[in-house]
Design a protein around this ligand. Structure first.
Ligand code: NI
Ligand code: MG
Length: 579
């Protein structure tokens, strides 16, 4: 009989995810992706003023805060016909861009790299060799000095000698598949610590424009901050100079540290370009930071990369971009604890329902996957197909759309690593694509969005709010709208219906919902499940140390709070191996 393995919760992600697996002792044969908590933000919004929705929706998550606010205000603006000034849009782009870059850096170094980097092994490294290793992989990061590497090695030694591994407790450090040489482990741990410092600079950009972080302030019709270069209480010259400095630091870190590190690590674990593929269908409305709202025929697209339009790539054909149609998005509840009024059919989000119908066992339970329903996560589909969203989707779309810079970085990486474009659909591919798009996003911020914003201020354009549609009596009696936004983890959409000035329906379709959802009525698995069990070849050499499935699930950068808009009290058991 197949061995059953439960990983609950999956750690080093945002929120709570449970994975159930069946394995023959070497390969995974079946997988279930299970989200085990519910919060119900969509329901809380009913009857409220749509101008307040952003403040609630950004509480969906403590990580992806401003992106939910931006999806919300742009959906409401789409519904009521509000048209914010260009400077407000640019500010939103900067807030989103900085959050995306920060998110990718944190994901790579603090949430995912430890699946590949053995921290305790760094204690045995020669600091001089770590400096040479960094040079050899093309990292010109200023932290690659003998003094710094020695300091970090001694810190790791000190932690080990203390007998308390602190944040590194619970890693599968004895697993035989940690492959980096000691000096690479030391370099990566040093960069892990540097990235902690760096990510703080990035998020300050959102703090300046939004007044605080997390949960910055936003406004339907514009932005809540004011711009006045000569006024101390406004976005002024001092802050503009500071933001320019933070963007320059970001560019340096991403190009001299993050991208070379990502390339080096996936290069050592190259077989992971053949592991963890999910369905070869991808959806994005543009490159990172793009927003898309309105009638499909006339939809407004805002993005620093306007040449990349919304599109869908299907059936592993990564050169044909099919036009994106928002009416083809539906959500299924076959495997999720909700009920739909007309039974088990997919509902488009503008008709979406969030009716809780828990049929699972009373906790504590040992196994959920035998039940038809086993998760709080709905299963979104596009035209009935399982599609993936996220950095790979955007990189493939940009590549197929002829975006030169993306092509240049991807072709360079593919040549170095000896991989094909289609191998981006893999565990290592998702990790590489995130680093690739971090470069293009940083360049967009540094070369397009921020300079345009500054230039417009110099030209006297400091308007960030359009009050034309602020008052509810300027709105139609009934209105509905949506907005798709490309955020760190993928495609996020908010859908709102308004009646007599109040929200009558609100649905959020979140990147992790697209990816972590379960089986649908046709029996199609969600992307997490497919990535683990789709080809029956995913390794799992030691059920007591399930490092390989962790690598694959982490490569998606799960955000479970977003996925079901939920929060969990506490997860007790990390791992159970059943017979
Ligand atoms: Ni989130
Ligand atoms: Mg939802």
């Amino acid at each position: 009989m197949a061995e059953r393995v439960v990983i609950d919760p999956i750690t080093r992600i945002e929120g709570h995810l449970r994975i159930e697996l069946e394995t023959d002792g070497k390969k995974i044969s079946k997988a279930w992706s299970e989200t085990t908590q519910f919060r119900g933000l969509e329901t809380i919004l009913l009857g409220r003023d749509p101008r307040d929705a952003w403040a609630f929706t950004q509480r969906i998550c403590g990580v992806c805060t401003s992106v939910h606010a931006i999806a919300s205000i742009t959906a409401v603006e789409n519904a009521i016909g509000s048209n914010p000034p260009e400077q407000a849009r640019l500010i939103r782009d900067m807030v989103m861009g900085s959050q995306e870059i920060q998110d990718h850096v944190i994901h790579f170094y603090h949430l995912h790299a430890l699946d590949f980097v053995n921290v305790p092994a760094a204690a045995n490294a020669d600091p001089a060799k770590a400096v040479s290793f960094a040079r050899a992989i093309g990292s010109t990061w200023k932290g690659n000095t003998l003094e710094r590497m020695t300091e970090v090695r001694d810190t790791v030694k000190g932690i080990l000698d203390s007998g308390q591994l602190s944040v590194f407790t619970g890693g599968y450090w004895d697993h035989p598949d940690y492959r980096l040489p000691p000096e690479a482990n030391l370099m990566a741990v040093a960069h892990y610590l540097d990235a902690l410092e760096f990510q703080r600079s990035m998020i300050r950009i959102g703090t300046v424009f939004g007044g605080k972080n997390p949960h910055p302030n936003f406004l339907v019709g514009g932005m809540a901050c004011t711009i006045d270069p000569s006024h101390s209480e406004s976005i002024n010259q001092v802050q503009i100079d500071q933001i320019g400095q933070w963007i320059a630091e970001t560019t340096e870190f991403v190009k001299t540290c993050y991208l070379p590190d990502a390339l080096a690590i996936v290069g050592v674990y190259k077989d992971y370009f053949d592991i963890g593929a999910a369905q070869p269908n991808f959806l994005a409305v543009g490159m990172a930071g793009a927003t898309y709202a309105g009638d499909p025929a006339t939809a407004r697209i805002t993005s620093a990369h306007t040449e990349v339009k919304p599109g869908v790539l299907l059936d592993g054909d990564y050169s044909t971009v099919h036009p994106f149609d928002p009416r083809k998005v539906s959500e299924w509840v076959t495997s999720a604890w909700y009920s739909y009024p007309d039974g088990d059919i997919g509902l488009t989000p503008d008709k979406g329902e969030t009716n809780v119908a828990y049929t699972g066992p009373k906790p504590p339970y040992t196994w959920l996957g035998d039940n038809e329903k086993y998760t709080w996560c709905k299963a979104p589909r596009y035209d009935g197909k399982v599609v993936q969203v996220g950095p790979v989707a955007r990189v493939l779309l940009a590549y197929a759309s002829g975006h030169q810079r993306t092509k240049e970085i991807v072709d360079g990486a593919a040549a170095t690593l000896g991989i094909s474009l289609s191998q981006l659909n893999s565990t290592a591919g998702r990790t590489l694509a995130r680093a690739v798009e971090c470069v293009t996003s940083t360049e967009a911020l540094a070369e397009t969005t921020f300079p345009t914003f500054v230039k417009k201020i110099k030209g006297g354009d400091i308007n960030v709010f359009d009050a034309t549609r602020w008052e509810p009596d300027s709105w139609p009696k009934q209105a509905s709208g949506y907005s798709f936004v490309e955020v760190a983890r993928g495609n996020l959409s908010h859908w709102v219906s308004i009646e007599d000035g109040k929200i009558s329906r609100y649905q959020a379709v979140v990147p992790t919902t697209w990816l972590a959802g379960g089986r649908d009525a046709g029996g199609q698995q969600g992307p997490y499940e497919e990535s683990l069990a789709g080809d029956q070849k995913h390794p799992l050499v030691d059920a007591a140390q399930p490092l390989e499935p962790l690598r694959t699930i982490h490569s998606f950068d799960p955000c479970m709070s977003c996925a079901v808009h939920v929060l969990d009290p506490d997860g007790q058991e990390l791992l159970a191996v059943l017979s």
